[in-house]
Design a protein around this ligand. Structure first.
Ligand SMILES: NC(=O)c1ccc[n+]([C@@H]2O[C@H](COP(=O)([O-])OP(=O)(O)OC[C@H]3O[C@@H](n4cnc5c(N)ncnc54)[C@H](O)[C@@H]3O)[C@@H](O)[C@H]2O)c1
Length: 292
């Protein structure tokens, strides 16, 4: 089995260590130099920050999105700063779009090392009102889109020497959420992560997921009711929303050789909300009561 990025964990081989991000000379981090990284939903929000972060660490980025104008603007901005980047129009729920994107990646770069399944849409409708159309639309993008993505890239990543897939889930896929279709899609993503990791093990492809809580300033968050947004930030253990850069940092870790022994796992990027959110709220309430 090939090991993503060539580090087989044997620290008796200094030449191997020197080639990994663990020992990069102490300068700016360059964990992805020469690596081709495909990011879906890259035109805005978390995806655009991901594209920038990967590019700043040496990656050749493929920016995939349905929003062509914003995607091409990001492509220009990355190129102007000396990075190699290519925008592709891609609706993640469309198998034909995936085939076309893979052909372009194959002909432009001949390799692929990382896929980040980041594209996602929100739905805030509960079980009493959700329609089958809305359910289908959300599941198609958030869940089927990620499945099609992994299926489409797997062979090229294998032939490129192995690599990593990172799925962008949500705390809504770990607890309940007012939007039943959104929550179901993100719970499903966790099953997809594990099953794909099992199947792709022998191809040297790790599959992991990150689960952010509410992310500050992205399209999805801006669409939320202001009162909900503020209340949600206030009750977080950290007292604030997570930044897209903090999400990107977790994604880059899972995409890089630094996480070479981490597979099929869920990394919460929620400031502890899911684990300690309840006791934290209780202590907040207790301090409010004791001060009255
Ligand atoms: N914003 C949050 O609070 C939050 C919290 C947890 C998880 N997430 C997840 O983070 C990811 C990014 O969300 P965001 O907050 O940056 O949202 P966003 O709306 O700012 O960005 C989403 C991007 O995905 C693109 N997109 C939408 N449908 C697509 C499709 N069918 N094919 C390709 N691209 C498509 C959009 O054009 C947009 O550029 C999503 O998977 C979302 O579920 C977001």
């Amino acid at each position: 089995m090939s090991v993503p990025y060539g580090f087989d964990g044997d620290i008796s081989k200094p030449e191997m260590l020197a080639s990994t991000s663990f020992h990069n000379g102490g300068g700016a981090r360059e964990r992805f130099t020469g690596k081709v990284v495909l990011i879906t939903g890259a035109s805005g929000g978390v995806g655009a920050v991901l594209a920038d972060s990967f590019a700043c660490e040496g990656a050749i980025t493929v920016l995939a999105d349905v929003n062509r104008n914003a995607g091409e603007a990001l492509e220009r901005s990355l190129r102007d700063r000396g990075h190699q980047a290519m925008f592709v129009t891609l609706d993640v729920s469309n198998a034909g779009d995936w085939s076309a994107a893979m052909e372009r990646i194959q002909s432009e770069f001949g390799a692929l090392h990382v896929l980040v399944n980041n594209a996602g849409i929100i739905s805030r409708t509960g079980i009493r009102d959700v329609t089958s159309e809305e359910w289908q639309r959300v599941l198609n993008v958030n869940l089927m889109g990620s499945m099609l993505g992994i299926q489409s890239v797997a062979k090229l990543i294998r032939d490129s020497g192995g690599g990593s897939v990172v799925n962008v889930g949500s705390t809504s896929g770990v607890v309940g959420h007012p939007g039943v279709a959104y929550s179901a899609s993100k719970w499903g993503l966790r099953a997809l992560t594990r099953s794909a990791a099992l199947d792709l093990l022998e191809w040297g492809i790790r599959v992991n997921a990150v689960h952010p809580s509410q992310v500050a300033g992205t399209g999805i968050t801006k669409g939320a009711n202001e009162g909900y947004r503020q209340a949600s930030d206030r009750v977080m253990p950290a007292g604030r929303a997570v930044n897209a850069e903090e999400v990107a940092s977790a994604v880059l870790f899972l995409a890089s050789g630094e996480s070479s022994y981490i597979n099929a796992t869920d990394l919460m990027v929620d400031g502890g909300a899911v684990s300690i959110g309840m006791p934290r709220m209780r202590s907040l309430l207790e301090s409010e009561y004791s001060s009255t």
